[in-house]
Design a protein around this ligand. Sequence first.
Ligand code: CP
Length: 288
Amino acid sequence: MNKHLIDVDSLSTKEILEIFKIADSFKGVRQSDALKGKIIIMFFSENSTRTKSSFEIVCKKLGAEMIDFNMITSSTTKGESIKDTALNLNAMKPDAVIVRHSDSGMPSLLSQYMNCTIINAGDGLHAHPTQALLDYYTMKKYIKGKIKIAIVGDIKNSRVANSNIKLLKMFEEDISLVAPPQLMPNRDMKKFTFLDEVLDDINVLMSLRTQVERHNIHNLASLKDYAINYCITNETIKDKDLILMHPGPVNRNIDISDNALINPKCKVLEQVENGVLIRLAILSFLLK
Ligand code: CP
């Protein structure tokens, strides 16, 4: 039976901590043949910089062969259904498919038609488990006790927020949501409208991109107006004992200011670095 990673709860807390240990063991490793002979299909039909590149680097580091499946040049453009696309790719016997798609549920759908491991690299508004895992791994490097996090911004339209909230709940961490009402999800959680209501009670501040491409209606008068209240600046974090995070891509001076991005409290590029370690660990764990 293949093990999939559809969302963070595809794994137990014990398995997640094991993945973190494997990630630690990959520090400084340039090359391994742990996945030599494995065939991995990259099924990305939505743009990506961090997730796609880091998975590609990981495949190379582990000795796996990577196939780049391009929806735009595939026979889906001739009317082939996703079911038939999946059945045909499955007939080629890959070991894993890493899928990014704008439709929520695509990884789960592929897992019904394919006999290999399916890894969700971000689906619609639903989930982005590898991002949440690398985020939590990064938090745990800095916060030794209970994590008290404020997730700030367009939470309602964020698959990253969904997976992070699920994961942080699995580990019973303390979560606050900060957003203007129109970007706040309908969840029974601690909710705040403004940042200064939470800044003294947190040790992690996670900013999110305002995902205007996912807004059905105009939720904001303008990003500039949004930034007045929600852009994290050096002024916001100056005397606070916290780390600043963002999954990327960052809208500079909307989500986080230029100066705050180079503040030592800001761990955005460290998240990207840890993304390689976590994805090394995830592939090794799932395909071992
Ligand atoms: N965080 C993230 O998913 O970035 P990409 O869209 O660039 O992969």
